[in-house]
Design a protein around this ligand. Structure first.
Ligand SMILES: *[C@@H]1O[C@H](CO)[C@@H](O)[C@H](O)[C@H]1NC(C)=O
Length: 297
């Protein structure tokens, strides 16, 4: 009887934790003019009603993914890095796109599916990755009150590993991962962001806090200055989702020790930017990240 009781309360907890309309915490912010539905909108995207946010904000879901699923997703990133680079790969930031096969670290681009004769991932691993994308997409849609079918999965998406090493220095702008930014400034069709943490701050790594920031004037060189608005501690299994416009500038702090992993997805309202979740172990070259200039640091 006790066991039945325990089991049923565990089930209740589970269903509460995964209810896409019941975030652990939630905040609403006025939307910036980045969306076609906002006053003062000056962009060129057509309005997609039922998708573009009319109410912006942030939603956090703890225990969104189980410890077992988190471990598998982390191991997939490791396997991809090992296949592309051998061993543990490089310190600093490494991004791994399981879907297109591309990865990037401070040595540049590589593809984990290049020249393979055997499958790198098992069908179960791909299925977990696919169902995680779909669950996050569905949760983002439900929590922001979108119509069925929205938002739309888009590319690129990746797992980011930030590995501390005391002697490591960024080799190019790509490696400077701690800059304040707005997702929609970098990629105009990103309307919603979803981050699923795969490691826990102060257990797996130190530093690496996620922060929502606010613009706070400019410095003597005319560069934007920011102040902290809300800090979020990464925790394995925690999903952080937010609207991708200027209402949500954010940054990651430098990792001071250990290794930090996060799975990052972006979603769009633009059907033109719909991207299939191939997850077929093939190289998808059309989504190769664009080469960019590497300014001196
Ligand atoms: C993003 O773009 C807007 C509009 O151009 C600009 O005002 C804002 O400062 C930019 N934000 C960041 C963090 O670069």
């Amino acid at each position: 009887m006790y066991r039945a009781l325990l089991l049923s309360s565990a089930l209740v907890l589970l269903s509460v934790a995964s209810d896409p309309t019941s975030p652990t915490s939630s905040s609403t912010i006025d939307c910036s003019s980045d969306y076609p539905s906002s006053k003062g909108y000056s962009g060129s995207e057509p309005i997609v009603s039922g998708c573009h946010p009319t109410s912006c904000g942030r939603r956090i879901f703890d225990d969104f993914a189980s410890p077992g699923d988190v471990a598998v997703l982390r191991a997939m990133a490791e396997k991809g890095i090992g296949a592309a680079r051998g061993g543990e790969g490089r310190p600093g930031p490494t991004i791994v796109d399981i879907n297109s096969g591309y990865m990037r670290d401070d040595e540049g681009l590589a593809n984990m599916y290049e020249g393979r004769t055997e499958a790198l991932f098992t069908p179960d691993e791909y299925e977990l990755y696919r169902s995680t994308i779909e669950r996050i997409r569905h949760t983002v849609g439900a929590t922001f009150g979108l119509e069925e079918g929205y938002p739309i999965f888009t590319a690129p998406t990746f797992i980011t590993r930030l590995r501390h090493h005391e002697d490591w220095q960024p080799q190019s702008m790509h490696d400077v991962y701690w800059m304040e930014h707005v997702d929609k400034n970098n990629t105009a069709h990103y309307d919603y962001s979803g981050l699923l943490y795969l490691t826990t701050q102060d257990v797996d790594f130190t530093g690496g806090m996620f922060e929502f920031v606010e613009e706070d004037g400019v410095d003597a060189d005319g560069d934007l200055v920011f102040k902290l608005e809300e800090a979020l501690s990464p925790k394995a299994g925690r999903l952080v989702s937010f609207t991708g416009g200027n209402e949500n500038p954010h940054k990651v702090n430098i990792v001071r020790g250990g290794t930090r992993y996060v799975l990052s997805f972006w979603f769009t309202c633009s059907s033109e930017h719909a991207f299939p979740a191939f997850l077929d172990g093939e190289i998808h070259k059309q989504f190769q990240p664009e080469p960019q200039p590497d300014p001196e640091l």
